[in-house]
Design a protein around this ligand. Structure first.
Ligand SMILES: [Fe+2]
Length: 390
């Protein structure tokens, strides 16, 4: 199926303007809450390839929102902020340069966020065209993703918890959305018979990202996949074994051992490791090492997608993004959407697919069709994994 240029006209139906207004309000409120909770000095973050300077990231959210919802992606429609494109275009401002450029002070960035937000809320007072509805959804989901990125950045920096996907949430003692319930804590392999699977989105099935184009059939041979994600208990056994054989590099990033007890840092808070919770902040490379030790393997994207469409009485989501062994690649029929940098630059073979969602992902982004992707060395996102029998 070749559908170019204005594919977003095929991303119907779209939510009512009132729903979009509520989503936007939620996402915006969380962003401001994160910004306002920053204590003086915390905006200064040392250079890291996986972080952004926080103030730059707030400006980038407002810039992206304005570019698509109000400038319709056209750079010759001027921004209300002087030099916004030179400052906040993530495709043009090289990662390292984000620490060097002089950005406006935070009160101006906050005012930029507020003004653009209000402009969109005004627009949402009347009904929308397909194009407007598409762009408004795009900017809300973009903001949601950056809000989640703030959460894992705060985790990396050891900053206090700011309230997750809803500022009113209680801090989770660990992964608050994980409960094994009737499944118990013993993982069992689920046998999934071979069959053909439909992956990718069909036109007019609602909002999608370009990497979900288009629906196609895939034959998936029989496989056996764990009903539970790998738990801290499982991973601890592996870590202790590796330490015993002299591998001192094995410890997960936010773990420490003190007086014979293992602790995990949740934001700024060290807690004794809860053995019954899914292990998190494990890179795909480390997950594969674990699999070799456990004589298991990571599921493919197809297998994990298939599991996620099984009845929820049979398996338990991790409350974390779950790694697959699959390289992020275009589906047949892929073409870029107006935000060209969303997927296409990352189809170079260096990224792996994650499925599911974390407890920091708002419900509107929790879809089995959603394809997340990161480099295999990344562990800072809220990610975990489950395994398949060899
Ligand atoms: Fe972005």
């Amino acid at each position: 199926m070749v559908l170019e240029a204005h594919d977003f006209s095929l991303y119907s139906p779209y939510p009512k303007a009132q729903t979009l207004s509520e989503w936007l309000k939620e996402s915006h409120r969380l962003t401001l809450h994160i910004l306002d909770a920053l204590k003086p000095g915390q905006e200064n973050v040392l250079y890291s390839p996986t972080l952004n300077p926080p103030y730059w990231e707030f400006g980038h959210i407002a810039w992206f929102h304005e570019l698509w919802a109000h400038r319709l992606g056209n750079f010759s429609n001027l921004s209300i902020l002087h030099q916004a494109d030179q400052l906040f275009n993530s495709a043009l401002v090289a990662h390292r340069d984000r620490w060097q450029i002089e950005i406006p002070d935070i009160s101006r960035i906050r005012a930029y966020l507020e003004t653009i937000y209000q402009k969109t809320q005004d627009k949402l007072q009347s009904s929308l065209s397909k194009q407007e509805a598409y762009y408004v959804q795009l900017v809300i989901f973009h903001q949601d993703m950056h809000n989640e990125a703030f959460a894992y950045m705060w985790q990396a920096l050891g900053y206090p918890w700011f309230g997750g996907s809803d500022p009113d949430n209680e801090p989770p003692t660990s992964n608050n959305s994980f409960s094994t319930g009737e499944l118990g804590h013993q993982s069992e392999d689920i046998l999934v018979a071979s069959g053909s699977l439909i992956l990718g989105a069909k036109p007019n099935s609602g909002f999608i990202f370009d990497n979900e184009k288009w629906s196609h059939g895939v034959h998936v041979p029989e496989f056996q996949i764990a009903s539970l994600p790998v738990l801290n208990a499982d991973y601890l056994e592996y870590v202790e074994h590796q330490l015993h054989v002299g591998d001192s590099q094995i410890k997960p990033a936010y773990w420490k051992k003190d007086s014979g007890h293992w602790y995990e840092r949740h934001f700024d808070d060290w807690q004794e490791i809860d053995l019954a919770r899914p292990v998190r902040h494990i890179s795909q490379l480390a997950a594969q090492d674990y699999c070799r030790w456990a004589r298991r393997r990571l599921p493919t994207e197809y297998e994990l997608f298939s599991l996620m469409n099984q009845p929820s009485t049979q398996w338990q989501p991790a409350g974390l993004w779950e790694w697959t062994g699959s390289t992020f690649a275009p589906f047949p029929g892929f073409s870029t959407d107006p935000y060209v940098e969303y997927s296409k630059p990352w189809f170079d073979g260096n990224y792996r697919v994650l499925k599911g969602f974390s407890s920091f992902t708002p419900p509107r982004l929790r879809r089995t069709g959603f394809r997340n992707f990161f480099g295999p060395d990344r562990f800072d996102m809220f990610c975990g994994f489950r395994t398949c029998a060899l």
